[in-house]
Design a protein around this ligand. Sequence first.
Ligand code: FES
Length: 214
Amino acid sequence: MPTVTITINDQQVSAQAGERLLDVARREQAHIGFVCDGNGFCQTCQCRVLAGNEHLSPPNEIEKNWLPQQRLDDGYRLACQAAVRGRGPIETITVAEELRRLLAAALNGSGTVRRDAVRDLTIYLTRINLDQLVFYPWNMFSTVLRLISSPPDLSAERLNALLRDAQAVTGRAWDERGNAATPPPIARTPARGSAEAVSAALRAAQRANRAARG
Ligand code: FES
């Protein structure tokens, strides 16, 4: 079976066709959320596909239930629904990681708080929450109905795997945050508070992260 190269949060990993992005991320302990264990309910597995979206399965009804078209057009996907189907490469960053980098920039690593970075973080969080409101409450109803008709696996084995993976992913993210003593500079060229400003901040954080890893 051909191996597909995926870059998740600047970390290059390998995947097999048919694997879900979430399963790859969990296996590689990439920073990602999966509170509902991949059942399409919590949205904490959201990620932004930076390249290679065409090498993933198209957005399904579960993703369309949560993500407005604009967000899908921006490359956001639910990692528990998006499966590798092409030859790659694919590059993605998780929302959990975007938030971690914005938070690291805001805290500045020196005991001071960068107000511009706090503003970028606030804009980012606001946008996520506004996007989620678009389909409320119908997205909740349809998800509950789906889970009733097709209940998730709540076996002890499954829950153990969930806890084990959550511990591994969280522990690694904390390590990386601890190492990020010097936050990346925030590009200020775009208009203050704009979507471009947030994207520029994330790109700068990515570049600094790559440089730190050599
Ligand atoms: S893990 Fe909960 S929606 Fe994907």
